[in-house]
Design a protein around this ligand. Sequence first.
Ligand SMILES: NC(=O)c1ccc[n+]([C@@H]2O[C@H](COP(=O)([O-])OP(=O)(O)OC[C@H]3O[C@@H](n4cnc5c(N)ncnc54)[C@H](OP(=O)(O)O)[C@@H]3O)[C@@H](O)[C@H]2O)c1
Length: 301
Amino acid sequence: MKKILLIGASSFIGQSMVPRLGQDRIVATFHSTAIDDGVFFDPLEMDLADLPADLSGFSHAVLLYAMTSPAACHADAALSKRVNVKSAIRIIDGLADRGITPVFLSTEAVFDGKTGSYTEEDTPNPLFTYARQKYEVERYLNGLGKPALIARLARVYGSQAGDGTLFTDILHHLTRNQPIRCAGDQVFSPIHVEDAADALILLMEAGQTGTFHIGGPSAISKCEAVHMTVNRYTSLGGDYTADITACRLAEFDLAEPRPLNISLSVEKLRQTVDIGLQGPEEQCREIVERHFSALAKAKDG
Ligand SMILES: NC(=O)c1ccc[n+]([C@@H]2O[C@H](COP(=O)([O-])OP(=O)(O)OC[C@H]3O[C@@H](n4cnc5c(N)ncnc54)[C@H](OP(=O)(O)O)[C@@H]3O)[C@@H](O)[C@H]2O)c1
């Protein structure tokens, strides 16, 4: 593997990849969120030729940038199509011309959620705008006849307070004693952002192409994630008395339908690279414990 272009390194996942790869091996771009040693790149208006880098030494380019909010993609379908599909295809074409392998970050949500435990052999059937856009680029890559890596990511979460991901977001509600409404029928295989970054890098280092599912080792429902966090929080002395209401995903006020069980099988990933995927239970425990250690440290002054 030569150098790697990270387009949208300012993203949550990009920020985990940067330190793992090291500045010497990458060119990291941002759009509106400036990052250390990053270069400005606007995928809508600029070409790869506009980058201040000689791309001849690059083996891969990871397309991290996207409009990632499903609600925003639906609300401005024209803009999200430009960002998520048209510019991605234009960049993919530019990479193909230069012999650089595109690494496209797709989503578990390309499936319709009727069965769960999806393998790479299962046929996608996306139900909403963002997922349809991701699948459109997947199909383009599959028809291109050039090497490409399609990484279908499950829900990615982190451990940093305030990062607004799965467990840290639940913890945010607990510390404010806010009620939580969660969908018991929404099932996914969340993966820690460090594992997701490792998986992407290992697949690139192994020269893999084709489609891979990148998810955590087990499937859980949103309500299970909530109860897991509450149990840990209260067992460590946290006081949480607000209501937790389990409901159906369809009861949330969503503009588009969402798939229910989008859990992924990660067998292909495990058989291809040597990766230890951290389970949600273990990560949830660490996140809550870290919260209480930070509180204790702050108290000690
Ligand atoms: N996080 C997940 O759970 C998850 C799951 C499945 C797939 N994915 C995919 O993985 C990739 C990274 O996800 P993430 O959650 O880490 O992303 P994120 O934190 O939401 O960041 C989005 C990135 O896209 C860039 N971006 C957004 N709108 C843009 C525009 N109009 N023009 C140029 N750049 C724009 C942002 O750049 P600036 O901030 O610099 O403007 C930022 O780098 C995305 O392709 C996403 O679809 C993520």
